[in-house]
Design a protein around this ligand. Structure first.
Ligand SMILES: Cc1cc2nc3c(=O)[nH]c(=O)nc-3n(C[C@H](O)[C@H](O)[C@H](O)COP(=O)(O)OP(=O)(O)OC[C@H]3O[C@@H](n4cnc5c(N)ncnc54)[C@H](O)[C@@H]3O)c2cc1C
Length: 472
């Protein structure tokens, strides 16, 4: 029986392990942290009984993809739940804009921009199943749906500021800026629309659901299925040497759910020089600074749909968000950073304790940010929800430094495991026909540093495992 070691138990490590185990491989996952899950963990971080997602909270691209169709996570207990509004973008003066599952209802809510919203997202929405098949894999492939991919690609390649010119109202432009900012890139740079176009369309096709019981339910379901297929996870094991781990476990296959630079250290001299150089050149993006709040009675948003929204984008107008993202990219902390905020208990009430609700927020900050962004985050919330501060009954801060210490993949607080530059959107982690191969027989990279990139969708791990199985 073939033996495999997977280093790291993030969603990609577990997806890789599960894919191998289902194919009959004997799999052991070694995880450095005390609990498994990487970016899919949930904890009572603030007050007892109030459950927070430590990292990922919303899972639009995990609901229906090649990996999720290959295993029955539902049978292992995974359930999705949706809030009424998928994401909202409040502006000053009680104004704002929001996105619901129905594209038509979303468009109507945008008033003068209704037709323009339909024209941008309508064609993508109609072909999204085909588009997802194409972009949730390495970019270098023979497309099965070239026309769908071309439509998606032409919008993705645009700077987000250029795509924003499709809209006339401040509300619609800000709505677009908020979803585009998920790319952690200056909005004026090429390909800065790619992530926003995908997530914005996914909001209509799949919604932005949470996992019932916290994102850790995704981890639990994968570990349950892994055990049913003979695999196991060992926590508290940091892997530092490929040779040592191969020898100890007699493993033919090793899959690394790590950053490319960490892979250089683990693989050591066996790594071909050209691959080493590419992994060392691999670029990390800007960081995140996180604050979890326990809030009595929820947040008193002035723009009403925000009270029903799972995800909230805070940062003001297109121009303000553009300026903040530009500053962050240049290594300077803006006074008013872009903030993403999750209200998971709206979809999954079991995470609240009585009327005390978990709120998970993070600000975009420069790479390696050493400062404290707590007050900047509170001010951005207070700007659109006066009185918020008085409702806080608990906080838990994870600075960018802490985020990177707790998970080695998030270098400098980069929660995407790699910058979404045009080059790295296409060639991640290096230009190669098989981006998962490290050049060392039997050793593969399977983290979010490989295609299709960041997110708790498991597709990087699934595709890396398939590549490993083909190589046997
Ligand atoms: C604050 C935050 C919010 C986010 N929000 C979302 C969201 O809403 N939706 C979404 O889809 N994504 C979100 N993400 C991103 C998502 O969590 C990641 O893209 C995803 O977890 C990447 O999965 P992965 O398996 O590649 O790596 P990770 O989940 O980072 O897991 C890597 C694992 O490997 C372990 N490891 C690393 N090196 C070693 C070693 N040498 N030995 C042993 N173990 C090792 C680490 O401890 C870790 O457990 C968020 C991330 C953060 C931090």
């Amino acid at each position: 029986m073939t033996r495999a070691i997977v280093v790291g138990s993030g969603p990609n490590g577990l997806a890789a392990a599960l894919t191998l185990a289902v194919a009959g491989v004997d799999v052991t996952v070694l995880e450095a942290a005390a609990t498994p899950g990487g970016g899919t963990r949930s904890v009572e971080a603030t007050v007892p009984g109030v459950l927070h997602d430590e990292c990922s909270g919303f899972h639009p691209l995990a609901v229906d993809n090649a990996f999720s169709r290959s295993v029955d996570l539902k049978a292992a207990g995974l359930r999705w739940a949706w809030s009424e509004v998928q994401y909202a973008h409040p502006l000053e003066g009680g104004r704002g804009s929001s996105v619901v599952r129905s594209l038509e209802a979303t468009a109507e809510g945008l008033g003068h921009d209704a037709g323009r919203y339909r024209r941008v997202f309508g064609p993508l929405d109609r072909r999204f199943d085909k588009i997802v098949t194409e972009f949730l894999q390495p970019m270098l492939h023979l497309p099965r749906h070239p026309f769908a991919l071309a439509g998606f690609g032409s919008l993705s390649a645009m700077p987000a500021t250029l795509l924003a010119r499709n809209f006339r109202t401040e509300e619609a432009q800000a709505l677009w800026a908020g979803v585009a900012a998920h790319a952690f890139r200056p909005l004026g740079s090429s390909f800065s629309s790619a992530i926003g176009v995908a997530l914005g369309t996914a909001a209509h096709r799949y919604g932005w659901p949470v996992a019932v019981g916290g994102s850790r339910a995704i981890t639990d379901a994968m570990i349950t299925l892994l055990a049913q297929n003979g695999g196991r996870v060992i926590t508290g094991e940091r892997v530092t040497s490929l040779d040592a781990v191969r020898k100890e476990h007699e493993a033919e296959l090793v899959l690394l759910d790590t950053s490319p630079r960490a892979a250089v250290g683990i693989i050591g001299d066996r790594l071909p020089q050209r691959v080493r150089r590419a992994y060392e050149r691999y670029r990390h993006g800007t960081g995140a600074f996180q604050v979890a709040f326990a809030v009595q009675g929820g947040i008193p948003w002035t723009y009403e749909p925000t009270r029903r929204a799972g995800t909230v984008h805070l940062g003001g107008t297109l121009a303000e968000i553009g300026a903040a993202e530009r500053e962050t990219w240049r290594g300077r902390m803006p006074e008013r950073p872009f903030v993403l905020l999750g209200q998971q208990s709206l979809a999954d009430p079991g995470r609240a304790q009585g009327d005390v609700h978990p709120i998970d927020a993070y600000a975009h900050v420069p790479a390696g940010f050493q400062g404290d962004a707590t007050q900047a985050i509170i001010s951005q919330i207070e700007r659109y929800a006066p009185g918020f501060r008085d409702r806080i009954v608990g906080t838990a801060v994870r600075s960018s430094t802490q985020i990177s210490k707790q998970n080695a993949n998030y270098v400098g607080g980069d929660i995407c495991t790699g910058a979404n530059t045009p080059r790295q959107l296409v060639f991640r982690p290096r230009a190669a026909l098989n981006p998962y191969a490290t050049g060392v027989p039997g050793v593969y990279l399977c983290s979010a540093a490989t295609p299709p990139g960041a997110g708790a969708h498991g597709m990087c791990g699934y595709l890396a495992a398939r590549s490993a199985l083909e190589g046997l």
